[in-house]
Write a protein that binds this ligand. Structure first.
Ligand code: THU
Length: 131
């Protein structure tokens, strides 16, 4: 699957964002090695700490359905800026591999590609716990 197509799915997922507090809509689309795509949106909570980012929604959906091998995750927020995964999401992404690609996009034409190792260098990973 092309990054553009993955980004289109993230843009579509953004429509489901539940953001009554920030009004900042984020969508994510996670591509698994098996070729499936799991999407996610951010979900806010009146007790703000309960908020879940779009990236983690997509990852948790995938893991809860038995997927643990990921190729790439596309993320999109505001159309005018590049929305990068927050620190917590970076840590959750690297849990599943240092080579996962992160595609951050304003839209399906304007996006940048990184690897999670670029965005979270020198990370603490399962290897550090002997896994
Ligand atoms: N947010 C995400 O969903 N992903 C990110 O990468 C950055 C932040 C959400 C969390 C919250 O609902 C809103 O954006 C403002 O922080």
């Amino acid at each position: 699957m092309e990054y553009k197509e993955l980004m289109l799915k993230a843009i579509e997922a953004k429509k489901m964002a539940y953001v009554p507090y920030s009004n900042f809509h984020v969508g994510a689309a996670l591509l698994t090695k098996s070729g499936k795509v799991y999407t996610g949106c951010n979900i806010e909570c009146a007790s703000y700490g309960g908020t879940n980012c779009a990236e983690r929604t997509a990852i948790f959906k995938a893991v809860s359905e038995g997927e643990k091998e990921f190729v790439a995750i596309a993320v999109t927020g505001d159309d005018n800026t590049y929305t990068y995964p927050c620190g917590i999401c970076r840590q959750v992404i690297v849990e599943f591999g240092k080579n996962i690609k992160i595609i951050v996009g304003k839209n399906e034409e304007e996006y940048k590609v990184y690897s999670i190792d670029d965005l979270l260098p020198h990370s603490f990973t399962p290897e550090d716990l002997g896994h």
